[in-house]
Structure formats: structure tokens, C-alpha cells
Write a protein that binds this ligand. Structure first.
Ligand code: NDP
Ligand code: 2IT
Length: 451
């Protein structure tokens, strides 16, 4: 590492000593930027990197709400407004007990560069709460969302900051949040994306992250004379991203043999067909059940998760792997299993699913890695298209949005592979994604002066 880059990293370690996830996201990003920093003296002069690792604004607040027994509960809420260099802050809201400032900052940091890759005018942000939606009634979730928005509304707006879904935030939560925003502001505007189709949502937004992940992975494979058709795939998670990844993999003729949640995984040797996938959608999105119930219904293998051991899902024989659950779900030991099993491509549906050591090991062993910033950008891309439709007060057809999504994902592939070839090595899409997005955000920051 150049001493200047090393210094920036050391200053992050010193200022944010407890923010492990944020440190990790910055570290892997800086490794890429290190390769081009000599060619960009203005970046050094204008302290662009130093500014990038400090959010423009962080909002932290109390969320009081009453549970079904009438008792008061208090959670912590966050919104990290990381960068408005390219447009209004944009990024999802996560509801999960693990949520803390480090996780919010890592996600907002990644989001800034991901949003840049879509080519749409969006800055980067992320928010959420340590509220745990598991086991809560609809009424509890609604009261929580209303309290959350009662503080958040003053910080967001259709041209300021536009939140959306992430882990634990889907159609139900976006509905409650939107309703409360509208009630307080007396305005029906596109302040959130992922809205219902009847009230300002976009076609293909629920599908977009999973579909986009498969479009980008398919582009990488086709360029190398490989294909999804006839292949065997492993997918982790069983939420929004996992479900629509499986759907598009089926469309393209692949067989998917796994799904998981934080309690365990299922292995279905015969493949998850469309009927079984429909069962998963209802199980997870309506009944809010566990993936174990799939194993009971279809009489397939269920392996409970023991977090002290490597995750058995990454030791299933397959051609391609799609982590779609959460950060750091692939450790070095998991990466060794993936390499041992000759997995040829990893498409990152989740944000930062590989630890830094896992990523290094996978790259050193020649696995094609489609990094999250590029690979899961389809979700926020269609959020950007939802904003565009809201501004014009129109709703595009499924076909049109799907075609736009494909164009954006193929555009991302072209952009990151060209940057990889120019500044790094041909198949290093991590460097390609980091460098291509960094240059554009940096140029915008320099042009806009010291803000
Ligand atoms: P969902 O809440 O719909 O699903 C999350 C899935 O991941 C569930 O199966 C959940 O299991 C599992 N999971 C969550 N936390 C953990 C954990 N700590 N350990 C193991 N499994 C876990 O979320 P999404 O599908 O929307 O998000 C999945 C990933 O994709 C996240 O990394 C998110 O940031 C990323 N992403 C999402 C986008 C979107 O548009 N929704 C866009 C781009 C990226 P359980 O039910 O047991 O918690
Ligand atoms: O990580 C992500 O890109 C998302 N959760 C989607 C963000 C969005 O604004 O649609």
C-alpha cells in the first residue's frame, strides 16, 4: 500500500476502532484504489479519499413503540447519509438485531459506489434499526414503523434522501413507513422506493436484485464460453434476493439445490422447481416461517446451522454459488470448500458476503467473483427507475423495466470489465468495480468544491 493510503486506513482504525465491518469495507476498497492513486494527483491534493471515509451526515435516534401487551419498547434508529456527490442519498433500511453504526456505515459506503455503477443520479445512504421483526405481529411492526418514520421524515425527501428495503424491510414495512410519511407531511411523493404497484411502485422492483444478479453473472459466464443452462447452483438465504435469484436461474435453465436462513439450510437434490419456489415465497413473505418447513414438506435434507463450524452450504457440489443472505457469510474456511469443490463463479447477491481473507483466497484461486457493488446493483437501479417514474407520474410496463434493468446490468459488466483490464487484471471485477465507481464519484466531488 502507498503510505498515503495506509495513513488513511490507519486513521479510520483510530477514529472508528469498534467499527469492524466499516473498516473491512474501507480496507478492501483502498486495496483497489492503491493501484491507481499515482495517476490521480488531484485526488490526493483535494483529499478525496479522506472525505469519502467520513459520512456527510449520521442521524441516530430513539424509537419508542408499544408492543401487543401495551408495554413500551425502545429501539435505536439510524440513517447514514454517506455521499450526495451524484444525487440524493439513496439506499435501503435494515431491520435486524445486529444493526449498529458499523454495519450502517459499511452499507452506506458500499452503496455510494454501487449506485454510481448504475449510471443513475443517486448518492449513497443506508439506515435501519436493531428492531427484530421476527415473531412480531403486524400491529407491532406497524407501530414500530410509524414511530421510526416520526423521526426519520424530517431528514428525508424525494430530492434529499430516498430510503427503500433491505434485510427485514419488504413490501409490508415500506407500506407502513410510506403511510406515516404521507400523514405527517401531507404529501404523496416518491420518498421511498419499493412501494406497492397500486400506489407508486415500479414493476420488477421486488424481482430486481435477484434478476440483476443473474443477468450480470450470465454476462460474465457467456463471455467465457460458460453458461447457466444445465448448471447446478447453490443459493444462500431465502428472502427477497434469494427468491428472485432462484426464479431467474430457473428461467435460464439452471438447477438450484440449496436455500437457507440463519437457523439452517436445505439441500434438495432434485432441484427447487417453480412450485417449490412458490411455496418458499408464501412461507417466507406471508407466513413468515422458517426454511426448515421446506425440508419437512418436501422430505429433503435439513442441516441446522452451527456457527462454530464452516457453513455446510458452501460445501455442496455445484458449478456456481450465489450468497444472498448477509455480510461475511463466506469465511476463509468456506472459501477453501468452494475452491475444493471447483466452484467457477460466485455472484454476490448479499452486501460484502465474503470476509477479506475469503475474498483474497478466492481471487488467488482463480474463481470468478462478481462483487456485490456490481452484482446486486439491480435492486437500487430499479429503485432509481421507480424515482424516475414517480417524477413523471407514469408507470412503465414489466417488459420495459426488465429491459432497462438488463441494459443497466450489461452496462455495469462492460464498465467494470474495461476498468479491470485497464487498471488491474482482466478478471479482477473487484478492482474493476471499485476503480470505475471511485473515479466518477471523485470527479464529482472535486468539481463540487470542498463540501
Ligand atoms: P430478507 O430480509 O428478505 O432476507 C434475508 C435472508 O438472509 C433471510 O433468509 C435471513 O434469514 C438471512 N439472514 C439475515 N441475516 C442473517 C444472518 N446474520 N445470518 C444468516 N442468515 C441471515 O433480505 P434481502 O433478501 O433483501 O437481503 C439479503 C441480502 O441482500 C442482504 O445482504 C442485503 O443487504 C442485500 N441486498 C438487498 C437488496 C434488496 O433490494 N432487498 C439489494 C441489494 C442487496 P433469517 O430469516 O433467519 O434472518
Ligand atoms: O443494498 C441495496 O442496494 C438495497 N438494499 C437496495 C437499496 C435501494 O435503495 O433500493
Amino acid at each position: 500500500m502507498h503510505s498515503q493510503i495506509e495513513q488513511i486506513y490507519q486513521s479510520v482504525l483510530k477514529r472508528d476502532p469498534n467499527e469492524k465491518e466499516f473498516q473491512q469495507a474501507v480496507y478492501t476498497f483502498l486495496l483497489s484504489i492503491d493501484k491507481i492513486i499515482d495517476e490521480l494527483p488531484d485526488v490526493t491534493y483535494h483529499k478525496v479519499l479522506e472525505r469519502m471515509v467520513e459520512p456527510e451526515r449520521v442521524i441516530m435516534f430513539r424509537i419508542p413503540w408499544t408492543n401487543d401487551e401495551g408495554k413500551l419498547e425502545i429501539n435505536r434508529g439510524f440513517r447514514v447519509e454517506m455521499s450526495s456527490a451524484l444525487g440524493p442519498y439513496k439506499g435501503g433500511l435494515r431491520l435486524h438485531p445486529s444493526v449498529n453504526l458499523s454495519i450502517m456505515k459499511f452499507l452506506a459506503f458500499e452503496q455510494t459506489f454501487k449506485n454510481c455503477l448504475t449510471g443513475l443520479a443517486m448518492g449513497g445512504g443506508k439506515g435501519g434499526s436493531d428492531f427484530d421483526p421476527k415473531g412480531k405481529s403486524d400491529g407491532e411492526v406497524m407501530r414500530f414503523c410509524q414511530s421510526f418514520m416520526t423521526e426519520l421524515y424530517r431528514h428525508i425527501g424525494e430530492d434529499t434522501d430516498v430510503p427503500a428495503g433491505d434485510i427485514g424491510v419488504g413490501a409490508r414495512e415500506i407500506g407502513y413507513l410510506f403511510g406515516q410519511y404521507k400523514r405527517i407531511e401531507n404529501k404523496f411523493v416518491g420518498v421511498l422506493t419499493g412501494k406497492g404497484l397500486d400506489w407508486g411502485g415500479s414493476n420488477i422492483r421486488p424481482e430486481a436484485t435477484g434478476y440483476g444478479l443473474v443477468y450480470l453473472s450470465d454476462a460474465i459466464l457467456s463471455d467465457r464460453h460458460m453458461e447457466l443452462n444445465g448448471s447446478t447452483c447453490i443459493v444462500s438465504g431465502s428472502g427477497n434476493v434469494a427468491q428472485y435469484t432462484v426464479e431467474k436461474l430457473l428461467d435460464l435453465g439452471a438447477k438450484v439445490v440449496t436455500l437457507s436462513d440463519s437457523s439452517g439450510m436445505i439441500y434438495d437434490e432434485n432441484g427447487i422447481d417453480r412450485e417449490k419456489l412458490q411455496y418458499v415465497k408464501v412461507l417466507k413473505n406471508v407466513q413468515r416461517g422458517r426454511i426448515k418447513e421446506y425440508a419437512e414438506k418436501y422430505k429433503v435434507t435439513y442441516i441446522p446451522r452451527n456457527s462454530a463450524e464452516p457453513n455446510p452450504i458452501w460445501d455442496v457440489k455445484a458449478d456456481y454459488a450465489f450468497p444472498c443472505a448477509t455480510q461475511n457469510e463466506i469465511t476463509k474456511a468456506d472459501a477453501e470448500n468452494l475452491v475444493k469443490n471447483k466452484i467457477k463463479l460466485i455472484g454476490e447477491g448479499a452486501n460484502m458476503p465474503c470476509t477479506a481473507e475469503a475474498e483474497e483466497y478466492l481471487m488467488a484461486n482463480g474463481i470468478l467473483l462478481a462483487p456485490a457493488k456490481a452484482a446486486n446493483a439491480g435492486g437500487v437501479a430499479v429503485s432509481g427507475l421507480e424515482m424516475a417514474q414517480n417524477s413523471q407520474r407514469v408507470q412503465w410496463t414489466r417488459e420495459k423495466v426488465d429491459q432497462e434493468l438488463k441494459n443497466i446490468m450489461y452496462g455495469i459488466y462492460k464498465n467494470i470489465s474495461e476498468a479491470a483490464e485497464t487498471y488491474s487484471t482482466k478478471d479482477n471485477f473487484i478492482d474493476g468495480a471499485n476503480i470505475a465507481s471511485f473515479i466518477k464519484v471523485a470527479r464529482a466531488m472535486i468539481a463540487q468544491g470542498y463540501v
